[in-house]
Design a protein around this ligand. Sequence first.
Ligand SMILES: [Zn+2]
Length: 379
Amino acid sequence: MENSLLSREVPMSKITLYPSNWLYNAGVVGLLIVLEELGEQVEKFLIDDGSVHITITKDVDQIFDRWANLSPRSKKGTSLVYGWKDAYYANQTESSIKKRINVLIGGDTKGAKTRQSSPIFSCVFCTVKMKIKKSDATFLNQAFGNILLGSEKSFSNMYWNNSARDFVCPKCEFILMCHHIALTQLSDSSEIFINAPSFKVMYYLNKFAREAFGATSLAEARAKREILAMSVIEYATKIQTTLGVWTGMNIEVVSRREYWIDEKKHVKIEFFSLPYGVIQLLADRRIASLLSQIGEFSILNLVLNQDFSRLMELGYRLLRIGLKDTEWQESEEKFVNQNLRLDRNRKNPAKVAEQIFDLLALIEEKQKRRSTYEYASFA
Ligand SMILES: [Zn+2]
């Protein structure tokens, strides 16, 4: 019997990728999920400078099988993402997808012809420039997600770039076809991706969002900005490296929702973000862990609204009620129940009040430090 394990050639390729626009970023995070499911330690691929250094030791078939496995299927068991004309990635076959994987992991370069007179195209995602015959060049179209991009006609409405003639280089093609894996389906049936300027930040924020708010979780439906806030809080409390450097840049939730008008499917893409000052607060480990200990959305929302005077009022009222040695009046009980949803907090509003005052002190300290710093940097 031949030793197939030893004789088999194990490919090994190294790829470095940098954040680009949200569709591409979702593709990279989706690819990381595929590799993680194949047993790769993808957390080691995530670099603090925001890039990702991927080492692929799996072959085309392994990557394809896992990709197909992680993708949705119809009730009959057929893939919803490839294999037929109206699939999510329109008109794609197993072999066309495997060719793309092969190119990504360093196999052949697709045999694209170049001539002296060939035009130079620049990839809209990774910006690589290529001299390539126009008929051999790939442009962004329904093959990369018909629901997301729509037809070329409606495409300009669906995507930030105004041209349907966006060149996609061969290495980016499969990456884009992983974007659906990074989307988290919420219980309100919309899908979200948290976009940020660092793959490390994106990888964890989306992981936390998926674990806490994915459709299979028991969590109640939440506003998008609350989901973003909770994910940032999780990051700040769980991940050792600082989130601080990235918070000055845009961290946003991209949301995709389908709706039907006259039996025609439409897709709405929306963006949600939090003000700079709020992200700064949530990214502070002490503030984040206090908010997570309190665990009340009413209090989180006052912080998100930066309504600190109402937060102070809430603290004082809870303290007054909590310290009463007579029985609570109906209105007081109602106030407590309206503002606090956790049993442990309802039983002990004075403790919550104390935590609110600690929170306000931390926020004030943080804001004072920030304005001192900003003053100093302008001096
Ligand atoms: Zn590219």
